[in-house]
Design a protein around this ligand. Sequence first.
Ligand code: 3HC
Length: 311
Amino acid sequence: EMDPQERAFQERIDAGEKIEPKEWMPDGYRKNLIRQIGQHAHSEIVGQLPEGNWITRAPTLERKAILLAKVQDEAGHGLYLYCAAETLGVSRDELFEMLHEGKMKYSSIFNYPTLTWADMGAVGWLVDGAAIMNQVPLQRTSYGPYARAMIRICKEESFHQRQGFDIMMKMANGTAAQKRMAQDALDRFWYPALMMFGPSDKDSVHSAQSMAWKIKMNTNDELRQKFVDQTVPQAEYLGLTVPDNDLKKNEETGHYDFTQPDWAEFFDVLKGNGPCNADRMAARKEAWDGGAWVREAMAAHAAKKKAAKLA
Ligand code: 3HC
């Protein structure tokens, strides 16, 4: 049974009001948001690693400049989201400590390797495509700072997806070897991209409560279906084949029937057994330790400036 304060809060949520940092909120709402926003931010930061690997290997200066801009955008998305998480009373240091100690997650997609340049196309097209599918509804989430961060992030995401699709177009219409690379990238990224939407609704731990609090606006399966319906025609346009022999348009529902990802693989990757989990964590810890002197210097400088102002 809800106590009066929680009932009043739920009425605000149901009325579509935005909850702001200084306002009362149930502890569960705060904890759920720290979890989701923190992991969203970690996904942006860890997500820079697979693409970062190709900045020095881009085939042309133009592609290098585009990829550099995209990876820098992701860093910025991470910072907006860490700022949103900090408004809930958690520090960035705590969030990073929980990530490094395996107490917080990041999107499993980033535990897969980027083996060829075509992967830069598949990541932009499929991973950013899935991220957009998930982030657009989150612009209407009930927590003010999170909704506003999403509005800014969504503005930049469409460029991420377009540049990826452009790479896929170039390669799918290129030499036979390039087309094979594009098909290989689609084969390797299709199911991990479907996993980005989370487990099936029946296995979703947070969906019911998150949707009641408008921390989540759609169910995992709903967005996954939307992503498949939008992406299959794009694959056909590229002349590529989605690696799912049972994929077919259901004339009754108007949706594509498709094969679910391998959920055993999904939970195994979440447990840390994906191809790149160890590398990603090592890279993040090294970056965090390597950047300590910058954080300390900035803090010392800020303290000196503050002292000078007070003097
Ligand atoms: N990778 C890692 N963990 C995942 C996951 C995935 N693909 N999908 C689900 N999980 C985790 C959940 O975090 C939860 O674990 P937790 O309790 O330790 O947090 C558990 O699996 C059960 O899943 P639920 O469905 O119960 O969890 P959620 O209700 O949180 O749904 C979600 C998962 C849809 C990812 C939701 O958290 C969400 O919408 N998050 C915000 C968007 C986001 O984080 N997207 C990640 C990609 S953004 C990105 O990649 C950047 C882009 O620029 C490329």
